[in-house]
Structure formats: structure tokens, C-alpha cells
Design a protein around this ligand. Structure first.
Ligand code: HMG
Ligand code: MG
Length: 306
């Protein structure tokens, strides 16, 4: 199959990248990251999550961050909302501060669903349904994240049929597009393609994105495998930040810098300025007191210095 000629990237760094961070990160720094990402050309940014601050303390400043960002026309700002309480909090602000898209997040694995959102897969869909309906009614787009589509920290390997089942449930409640997530980064290209194919039975290729954590170093290969199926939406974190608090040992998302370097090298357009993106990754990494977790960033910065 001919590969897509352009790719749309969602930088999930401000949310997925920072949610597991133990040291406090100020709202000002989070806002600074969002601004740098949009200035680098990102057209979609996952800004924060409206979840329980007891479960994920780092996202407790969600409203402050949404309030503080200076929006750029043409950029889509999304937030996670696991239930009505989260959705109501996300739209408690004036309309211009509402997210453009909300994300409900379920799992293809029962055990992970319990650990992450404290309910079964079936219960999660019951919780999401009114959230999806309320968002659509208000003109807010809806995405569904599907965790553990190839492997689960508690259940091991996940059969593609389980992914198809979750995709079908998401479609049934009105979710407009879905993320096929490898939460713990155990997937390899053919397994990721099988999870994608199970999802393609329920969603069109334009409505599917790849969300690959890079724990085992497979995320770029998995991205290419998804591109081979025609998938052209992907999620990544600047500086490779992150990890899920309920997926022990799982590292961050694939670094946006590495994905952009690969895509540009293949002649695939992203609309992203790699140099400015690298600077965004350096900004957040300096705030966290560590090096960006991106090979492309390191190589290009070494060259710059030389
Ligand atoms: P629960 O305890 O079952 O919910 O949590 P509850 O309705 O029984 O409420 C319990 C308490 O939480 C109450 O407070 C509620 O008010 C409060 P209390 O009366 O005890 O003081 N509460 C909330 N507070 C703020 N915002 C809310 C909210 N809801 C309830 N929205 C819940 C259920 C889902 C809320 C909880 O389990 C939770 O917040 N989990 C966090 C999940 C999370 O953020 N995980 C990480 C993101 S997902 C991810 O990273 C995967 C992804 O990247 C894809 C991939 O890689 O796989 C997307
Ligand atoms: Mg994730």
C-alpha cells in the first residue's frame, strides 16, 4: 500500500507526558510547553485531564492550565474526561476556554480498566455514554482512547478480538475517533497491525490514531507498521515524556521529535518545525531537570553545538 503523504500528530506531552511526574510542575510551565508546541506547528495538543486529583495529583491544575493558554487559531485542544464530573469541570469555564475535544478512555483489558478507572469495561462504557452525548450536544468533538490493545501489565497479551469489541462499544455510544494505544510499549509491528485491523472493522482509517509508548523501543517501527495500513494520525510526547500511573514500569510515549524526524526523512509532511519542536522538548526537560528522551533531539543538538 502507498504510504500516507501527510501525518497529523497530537502532542500528548502536557497530559500523558506529565501526569506521572512526581515533582510538582507549575501550571505556568505546562502552559509554556503548550505555547511552544503550537509555535512549533503542532495542530493538536492534549492539554490536561479532568480526573480525580487524588488519583492523579499532577493534573489537579487542569482548569488553571486551560485558562492560561493563549489559543492559536487552527489548533485543536483536547482534555481527558472519564465521567460526567470531569466533563462538567471541563466546561465550567467560559466557552472560549472549553476543550475542542474531550477524550474518554477505556481499556481492551478488564484488569487494566479496573486499575486505571476503577470499573469494568462494560461499566466504563455506561459512564462514558452520557459524557459523549453531552459533549456532542455542545459541539465538542469526542475521541476514545483504547488502552492495552496489544498487551496489559496484568493480563499479558491481548487478543485483537478484545480490541474490536471495545472499538465496537465506543462506536456504539457515538465516539467519533479512537486511539489504538500500546500503553506499556510491548507491541511489535505485526501485533500492532492486528490491533489496528480489529479497529478498522468499526472505524474508518481517518478516525484511527496510533498511540505508542516506547518502553521496548518499538514505537517507531510500530508507527511505520500503522502507516502501512494507511493510518495517518499519531500521538507522541515532546522529549519522550511520560508514562501511565497505572502501568508500572511503562515509559513515555514515543518522542515527537523522533517521529517527526522519521516522517520528514520519508518525505511525509507534518507541518512541524523540528528545530522549534526540539526547543520545546528542551524547555520542558530543563524544567524537570533532565535530558530530553529523544535520540533525534540529542543528535541534532550535538550537531548544533559542534
Ligand atoms: P472512582 O473513585 O471510582 O470515582 O474514580 P467515584 O465517582 O466513586 O468518585 C470518588 C471520588 O473522586 C469523589 O471524591 C469524586 O468527587 C471524585 P470524594 O467524594 O471521595 O472526595 N471524582 C473526581 N474528582 C475530579 N474529577 C473527576 C472525578 N471523578 C470522581 N472527574 C475515576 C473514578 C475515573 C475518577 C478515577 O479512577 C480516576 O480519576 N482515575 C484516573 C485515571 C487516569 O487519569 N489515568 C491516566 C490517564 S489514562 C492513560 O494514561 C492511558 C492513555 O494515555 C492511553 C494509553 O497509553 O493506554 C490515554
Ligand atoms: Mg498513554
Amino acid at each position: 500500500m502507498k504510504l500516507p503523504t501527510q501525518v497529523r500528530l497530537v502532542d500528548v506531552g502536557p497530559r500523558d507526558g506529565l501526569q506521572n511526574e512526581k515533582q510538582p510542575v507549575s501550571a505556568e510551565v505546562k502552559i509554556g510547553l503548550v505555547h511552544r508546541l503550537q509555535d512549533a506547528g503542532l495542530k493538536e495538543i492534549e492539554v490536561t485531564s479532568f480526573v480525580s486529583p487524588k488519583w492523579v495529583p499532577q493534573m489537579a491544575d487542569n482548569a488553571e492550565v486551560m485558562h492560561g493558554i493563549g489559543r492559536k487559531p487552527g489548533v485543536l485542544y483536547s482534555v481527558l474526561t472519564p465521567n460526567m464530573k470531569g466533563f462538567e469541570a471541563a466546561i465550567a469555564a467560559p466557552r472560549e476556554e472549553w476543550p475542542d475535544e474531550i477524550v474518554v478512555f477505556g481499556a481492551a483489558s478488564e484488569a487494566f480498566s479496573q486499575k486505571n478507572i476503577n470499573c469494568s469495561i462494560a461499566e466504563s462504557i455506561e459512564r462514558f455514554a452520557p459524557v459523549v452525548a453531552a459533549a456532542l450536544e455542545k459541539g465538542i468533538r469526542v475521541r476514545g482512547a483504547m488502552s492495552c490493545t496489544v498487551g496489559c501489565p496484568y493480563e499479558g497479551e491481548i487478543a485483537p478480538a478484545k480490541v474490536g469489541y471495545l472499538a465496537q462499544l465506543m462506536k456504539g455510544i457515538g465516539v467519533q475517533r479512537v486511539d489504538v494505544a500500546d500503553t506499556i510499549g510491548v507491541g511489535t509491528p505485526r501485533k500492532v497491525q492486528a490491533a489496528m485491523e480489529a479497529t478498522l472493522a468499526h472505524f474508518g482509517v481517518d478516525a484511527i490514531s496510533g498511540h505508542f509508548h516506547d518502553t521496548y523501543g518499538q514505537a517507531l517501527a510500530n508507527t511505520l507498521a500503522a502507516l502501512e495500513l494507511g493510518v495517518w494520525n499519531f500521538q507522541s510526547s515532546s522529549a519522550g515524556l511520560g508514562g501511565c500511573p497505572y502501568a508500572k514500569g511503562a515509559t513515555g510515549n514515543v518522542a515527537t521529535e523522533d517521529v517527526v524526524y522519521m516522517l520528514h526523512g520519508m518525505g511525509i509532511e507534518t507541518g512541524i518545525d523540528l528545530d522549534r519542536l526540539i526547543d520545546a522538548g528542551v524547555y520542558i526537560s530543563e524544567a524537570l531537570g533532565r535530558e530530553p528522551n529523544s535520540r533525534a533531539s540529542k543528535a541534532i543538538r550535538t550537531k548544533r553545538a559542534g
